[in-house]
Design a binder for this molecule. Structure first.
Ligand code: FES
Length: 174
């Protein structure tokens, strides 16, 4: 007699059905556990741009320029004056929106609630309670501008000195 044939034809008993369900639940539980453990080792991380970045060379900026070159990627305006250069953080001090530079009015204006800031960062209108912040700025050994957003200052006097202001010899606008 062919026992394999007999086995194939064995009807699914209630006991066997419960055994399958039991083993299925057991397997699902451990599969879920394995997936959760794997996700623990590969967490979902929000990668922000580095706090410190290279902002080119001083000669890349014209005297009187408010450069938006790093506004999108770093939320920083590079501002070159006849005395030097500073990196103004493009984050409104009210609730964090990104202000817009209006060159013809020499003002930064926040589109969210109407705060207005001067070129030096001072808040002059709207609900923003304090001036815009500046990031630390320096030159590396190769003459590159290094902006470090982990160091910030907005107090008049302090913000106008290194490391929040980098003195440079004046250069006539092109
Ligand atoms: S976030 Fe800029 S004024 Fe409110």
């Amino acid at each position: 007699m062919d026992t394999r044939h007999e086995l194939r034809e064995t009807p699914v008993t209630r006991r066997r059905l419960f055994a399958w369900l039991g083993w299925g639940s057991f397997a699902s539980f451990f599969l879920g556990l394995a997936v959760a453990t794997a996700r623990f080792f590969f967490p979902r991380v929000l990668y922000e741009p580095a706090k410190r970045f290279v902002a080119g060379k001083p000669e890349d900026y014209q005297v009187g320029e408010v450069s938006t070159r790093f506004k999108k990627s770093q939320r920083v305006w590079m501002i070159r004056t006849s005395e030097g250069i500073y990196a103004l953080i493009a984050i409104c001090t009210h609730l964090g929106c990104t202000p817009i530079w209006f060159g013809d009015e020499a003002r930064f204006k926040c589109p969210c609630h109407g705060s207005v800031f001067l070129l030096n960062g001072d808040n002059v209108a709207g609900p923003a309670p304090v001036p815009l912040y500046r990031a630390a700025i320096s030159l590396d050994l190769n003459g590159n501008l290094i902006v470090d957003k982990s160091l910030q200052e907005n107090r008049p006097g302090k913000r106008d000195q290194p490391p929040f202001f980098l003195p440079l010899p004046g250069r006539p606008a092109a």
